[in-house]
Design a binder for this molecule. Structure first.
Ligand code: PMP
Length: 356
């Protein structure tokens, strides 16, 4: 007698796997593969976490009311227009669940954040990846041209992961205005804090004007709370209501909410940390350019080495020197900006690599 076991949906078996280098990090290596902050928690944040830990036998406030109130004030929107989720990936999953299913398409730039095709495919929709320009930027005209009757969502990634490139703010605003209002426009701004204000898209204004715009932000990068899994969206009340309906109940812990709220109050220290990363990013970029790489200008907390077919070899060589970067086979290697020791190790490992 043959036994049968439950079979996953065929579309689940087709999903690419999310890859992370974390499991195989040799001790003592510099881990520069996940675009995290090089800084541990601020003392005020560590204290808030410790205090909230006393309550972990309780469920959290599922609606993150205090945090949404504070974010609403900062963005100049009603708190009902703010959705707090399990990292920005959690919110992206909610967006797909609420707006796109079988037969629908979701358009996004590609190469971009690897979770996009996974979340879209898991939701049963079809992803349409639009190649970046030669400069590593999103190709806005091509993204616009890919939107058709079946498109339910278009995603913009600003700056784009993994190239770090941004698009001209005015071009993004024009793009958003031209998208049919029945299509959701997601603007993923995971790295917004690393972009100089003069180059940032005025996403708050876009949300005020367009009811189909949903801006994603995270506490994982500049705020250094990646391990707590908390991000948020700012959007219209109608979209926010739909996203709340598909939220995994209690998916954001009270510890995460408290750490996020405390971080918002620690602006000066966090701005200092962001300045550190920006300065190191620019210094590392110029050292790498001096080694003969023509890097796309990065506006995030990582740089992109377009190693093409040699990406795997470069990743292995860096690993051999104790530097763990993120390898995209046959495409390139993304290296997060770390502390001074890690950055120096990376630059010297790269300098020692024979590109030929
Ligand atoms: N968007 C982009 C572009 C990212 O690079 C990342 C993290 N790698 C995320 C979203 C997810 O961040 P979170 O930790 O908030 O889920």
């Amino acid at each position: 007698m043959t036994t049968t076991i439950p079979q996953p949906l065929p579309r689940v078996l087709r999903l690419p796997r999310y890859s992370t280098a974390r499991a195989a990090v040799p001790s003592g290596a510099a881990y520069l593969a996940s675009n995290e902050s090089p800084f541990g928690p601020l003392p005020s944040v560590a204290a808030a976490i410790a205090e909230e830990a006393a309550n972990i036998h309780r469920y959290p406030d599922m609606h993150a009311s205090r945090l949404r109130g504070e974010l609403g004030d900062r963005w100049g929107v009603d708190p009902d227009q703010v959705v707090v989720g399990t990292g920005s990936v959690g919110i992206l999953q909610q967006i797909v669940a609420a707006y796109a299913g079988p037969g629908d398409t979701v358009v996004y730039p590609w190469r971009s954040f690897e979770a996009y095709p996974i979340l879209v495919g898991a939701g049963g929709a079809t992803g349409v990846g639009i190649p970046l320009t030669a400069a590593g930027e999103m190709d806005l005209p091509a993204l616009a041209a890919a939107i058709d009757e079946s498109t339910k969502i278009v995603v913009l990634c600003l700056p784009n992961n993994p190239t770090g490139a941004i698009s001209v703010a005015a071009a993004v605003a024009a793009f958003v205005a031209a998208v049919p209002s029945r299509v959701m426009v997601v603007i993923d701004e995971a790295y917004a804090e690393f972009v100089p204000p003069s180059l940032r898209v005025d996403s708050a204004a876009l949300v005020r004007v367009h009811r189909n715009v949903c801006v994603l932000r995270t506490f994982s990068k500049a705020y250094g709370l990646a391990g707590l899994r908390i991000g948020y969206a700012v959007t219209s009340p109608t979209v926010a209501d739909a996203l709340r309906r598909v939220f995994l109940p209690f998916g954001v812990s009270a510890v995460a909410q408290s750490a996020a709220l405390t971080s918002l109050g620690a602006e000066t220290e966090l701005a200092e940390r962001v300045r550190f990363v920006i300065e190191r990013r620019d210094a590392v970029s110029s050292r790498v350019d001096d080694l003969g790489w023509a890097l796309p200008r990065s506006w995030a907390n990582f740089i992109w080495l377009d190693a093409a077919e040699r990406a795997g070899a470069l990743g292995a060589a860096l690993r051999g020197e104790g530097v763990i970067a993120r390898v995209f086979p046959s495409e390139g290697v993304r290296v997060t900006i770390g502390d001074d020791v890690a950055n120096a190790r990376f630059v010297s490992a790269l300098a020692g690599w024979d590109r030929r």
